[in-house]
Design a protein around this ligand. Structure first.
Ligand code: PMP
Ligand code: GLU
Length: 402
């Protein structure tokens, strides 16, 4: 659980300016309530409810028995880099050299590294909303300024080229987005990415972070596309990926980047002073995860797809829930503004945060407020849970709002 840290002058301004991760905080609250005997259904955390597949676990067991126990190269084992090179080529048509790759302790550290090595005080980072919860704080930790670009349900929560153009200032240093998007599930098509790249052509200094960690959790409507696959964007795009989601390996903590060499080298230098190389056993297991065909984990995607249909059907039947149809990842992000100003069980809902807290208290269902993702009209519900839990959770939500 994340202990709550009081803002105090004894601590740095840096840490005082950071908000705790709302996803992890809500998961911690749910755990605490469960420990106190409450029957909480947790739909707050983006974590597959599957086990890591056996063929990957076997590789880890083999690594233990083969005595992989020493420090690894800071930026990752050479044979893991070979596997990442194969993966990028096979899935994304991207060609990277070893010097362009850095393996980190989760995609979260990979993102943190990039912010630390690229941003100077006052640099602006464009974040189309909703964005993944940690982006804005990772940017702030690097003295950058998060600049939100609002989108809406009507535009499927995607930023238009006009919005991108309008948000760019002389201080804009980076653009960060995830596709498939956590939390909206939206996916930018190749054509849509090209239109954004056309805007960026007029601003050659802007560096793009393309977070593709949900790449394989794609329900088949829009094909996955990578910004770095455009020749004119390759030299200024950092492609972030990891194994947490598609391979059900959240706790193994491996993420990686493919980047221009100068950025990868800088991340390597930073990591060498902070964490050293990522865990050796996890790295060995990831070699197998990335080398085998992604079709081996398709069974999880099929299951998420079936659950998506169920949860959308159930939520759309509740008055005051408006959902887009997520094309990937495993979240729904309903607009719940119709509930603002209403009073249930004596509790008045003023905003999404009140709504999420109300659901926790009166429906015993943990979700995450949309504010944490830069859009206060919505809440995020994860459907990486069993069908039984999803059905029970939504029926409890319905009852609590009746
Ligand atoms: N990016 C996105 C969009 C995510 O949802 C997550 C969630 N874990 C991460 C990065 C971080 O992944 P990791 O667990 O590999 O640190
Ligand atoms: N990325 C997941 C989520 O959005 C895991 C939690 C976290 O790392 O913040 O729920």
């Amino acid at each position: 659980m994340i202990p709550s840290v009081q803002m105090t002058q004894e601590l740095s301004e840096r840490i005082n300016s950071v908000t705790p991760s709302a996803t992890l905080e809500m998961a911690a609250k749910a755990r605490k309530l469960r420990a106190a005997g409450k029957d909480i259904i947790g739909l707050s955390l983006g974590e597959p409810d599957f086990n890591t597949p056996d063929y990957i676990k076997d590789a880890a067991i083999q690594a233990v028995n083969d005595d992989y126990n020493s420090y690894t190269p800071v930026d990752g084992y050479v044979d893991l880099k070979n596997a990442i090179i194969i993966k990028f080529k096979r899935d994304n048509g991207l060609t990277y050299e070893h010097s362009q790759l850095v393996v980190s302790t989760g995609a979260k550290q990979a993102l943190y590294n990039v912010a630390q090595v690229v941003l100077n005080k006052g640099d602006e980072v464009l974040l189309p909303c909703p964005y993944w919860v940690s982006y804005s704080d990772i940017v702030k930790l690097a003295d950058g300024i998060p600049v939100e670009i609002p989108t809406s349900l009507e535009s499927d929560f995607k930023m238009t080229p006009e919005q991108l153009e309008a948000a760019i200032t002389p201080n804009t240093k980076m653009l960060w987005y995830s596709s498939p998007c956590n939390p909206s599930g939206s996916i930018y098509s190749e054509k849509e990415l090209r239109a954004l790249a056309d805007v960026l052509q007029k601003h050659p200094k802007i560096i793009v972070v393309s977070d593709e960690i949900y790449e394989h959790i794609n329900y088949g409507v829009t094909e996955h596309a990578s910004m770095a696959a455009f020749e004119d964007m390759y030299d200024r795009t950092v492609t972030v990926n990891g194994v947490a989601k598609a391979f059900a390996m959240t706790g193994w903590r491996i993420g990686y980047i493919g980047a221009p060499t100068y950025i990868a080298r800088a991340c390597n230098k930073l990591q060498g002073q902070v964490t050293s190389g990522a865990n050796c056993i996890a790295q060995r297991a990831v070699i197998t995860a990335l080398t085998e065909s992604p079709s081996k984990v398709q069974y999880m995607v099929d299951e998420f797809k079936a659950r998506r249909k169920i949860i959308l059907g159930l939520l759309n039947a509740i008055p005051g829930f408006k959902c887009n149809e997520p094309e990937g990842a495993f979240y729904v992000y309903p607009d719940i503004t119709a509930h603002f100003g209403k009073t249930y069980n004596g509790v008045t809902i003023h905003n999404a945060s009140d709504f999420a807290m109300y659901l926790l208290e009166y429906a015993n269902v943990a979700t995450v407020t949309g504010d944490a993702f830069g859009n206060g009209n919505c809440i995020r519900i994860s459907y990486a849970a069993s069908e039984k839990e999803i059905r029970e959770a939504i029926s409890r939500i319905q009852a609590a709002l009746n």
